[in-house]
Design a protein around this ligand. Structure first.
Ligand code: HEM
Length: 390
């Protein structure tokens, strides 16, 4: 009997990959919810090989979804949706977009992350009693940064944030997701028109000067929102949770604030908030002693790869002093995260500022009571109640 994708994590080990993954061979057969019999890759070496191999496609119309209820379409991806396109289309969009994440743009964004984070921390400090760190900080910071990238006018940001939220909400129905996407597409189309007429200093305005069509620009804007918000927000939330649950490691970071860059890499490895990526074989492929047939799906488990003891000894231990280079938390190969520089800046700034502002920060509930997002596409916590008062 071919097993399906293991997703269960014991409540007292929220940071470890689902334990059943460890019992599997590096490349195992897996049954998909639609009945397809494909593959599951769990070792670091196999995961990297799959992601680096151009004979595996990212196309949505070829794929089988690995998780029941995953809100992914199996229609062909529209122009501009580069995460679901193969070369040469992918290459063209990737080149244009990567060229706009300039050093100057990154410097402006870093300054904005710093200032906005301080504002949010000021607002937190004024409150009495426990605060949900997700609502107070972890969601607003990346939402603001998407607002900056797209050049959303300041007075429209709060509403844009509210309208985007259902995309990432637990139990949102298919109809709700479609309705939310429709509202956002209408808003983003209007925004693209405004940037064409009256460009401002942001990434979207830079993109209107390229030969991309309005339809492509709207899709790219939507992708930046979809790929850059929920991921970063959950990494901030889970990162704070993991540090609070490992006081010895938090003490190390407090003692050496300059170690935040390598601490963020280790948190990316340890937490692996994107649980799976999926590819489809375009031809028969020999890989690590198995033959993957054309049309078969391969799901790669990011947490399993990042907790492979052959690559990272004692992998289930958060160890801020380890060298976590080579983790696949941002993916690998041609689709490797385009926003990783920005994500790293956000994580470094937010976590450093949070722990320096509140020296007595602690969880306001026992760790087992923190509600985990086991049922979502991106792993994390729904809420993180914290307190800092004596
Ligand atoms: C791609 C993770 C933040 C934009 C990816 C992929 C992963 C990932 C695993 C690879 C997908 C694949 O191979 O199919 C993350 C994590 C983040 C983060 C964990 C936060 C900690 C961001 C941000 C942005 C962004 C802030 C932009 C604002 C993108 C885009 C792609 C991508 C556009 C597609 C690239 C392509 O197909 O060439 N991300 N990401 N991500 N990410 Fe991120």
């Amino acid at each position: 009997m071919i097993p399906s994708l293991p997703t269960e994590r014991p409540a007292d080990r929220p940071f470890d990959p689902p334990p059943a993954l460890h019992a599997l061979p590096p490349l195992a057969r897996m049954r998909y919810p639609d009945g397809h019999e494909g593959w599951l890759a769990t070792s670091h070496a196999v995961v990297r090989d799959v992601l680096a191999d151009r004979r595996f496609s990212s196309r949505t119309d070829l794929r089988h979804l690995p998780i029941p209820g995953l809100n992914g379409s199996t229609d062909p991806a529209p122009p501009g949706a580069l995460i679901s396109l193969d070369p040469p289309d992918h290459t063209r969009y990737r080149r244009v977009l990567a060229g706009k994440f300039t050093t100057r743009r990154m410097r402006l964004l870093s300054e904005r992350v710093r200032a906005f984070t301080e504002d949010r921390l000021d607002a937190m400090a004024e409150q009495d009693g426990p605060v949900d760190l997700i609502a107070a900080l972890a969601f607003p910071v990346p939402a603001e940064m998407i607002g900056e990238l797209l050049g959303i006018p300041q007075d429209e940001r709060a509403e844009f944030e509210r309208e985007s939220a259902p995309l990432f909400r637990l139990g949102a129905t298919r109809e709700e997701l479609q309705a939310t996407s429709a509202v956002l597409f209408t808003y983003l189309s209007g925004l693209v028109t405004r940037k064409r007429e009256d460009p401002t200093d942001d990434l979207l305005s830079d993109l209107v000067h390229t030969d991309l069509t309005d339809q492509e620009l709207v899709m790219i804007a939507f992708l930046l929102l979809g790929a850059g918000l929920d991921t970063t927000s959950n990494m901030i939330g889970m990162g704070a949770f993991a540090l609070l649950a490992n006081p010895d490691q938090l003490a190390l970071l407090r003692a050496e604030p300059g170690s935040i860059t390598s601490a963020v890499e280790e948190l990316m490895r340890y937490l692996s908030v994107v649980p799976v990526l999926v590819r489809t074989a375009l031809e028969d492929i020999e890989l690590h002693g198995e033959t993957i047939k054309a049309g078969e799906a391969v799901t790669v488990s990011i947490p399993a790869a990042n907790h492979d003891p052959e690559k990272f000894p004692d992998p289930d231990r958060l160890d801020l002093r380890r060298n976590a280079n080579g983790h696949v938390g941002f993916g690998h190969g041609i689709h490797q995260c385009l926003g990783q520089q920005l994500a790293r800046v956000e994580l470094e700034v937010v976590l450093s500022a949070l722990f320096s502002r509140f020296p007595d920060l602690r969880l306001a509930v026992p760790p087992e009571q923190v509600p985990l997002r086991t049922d979502m596409v991106v792993y994390g916590v729904h809420e993180l109640p914290v307190d800092w008062k004596a």
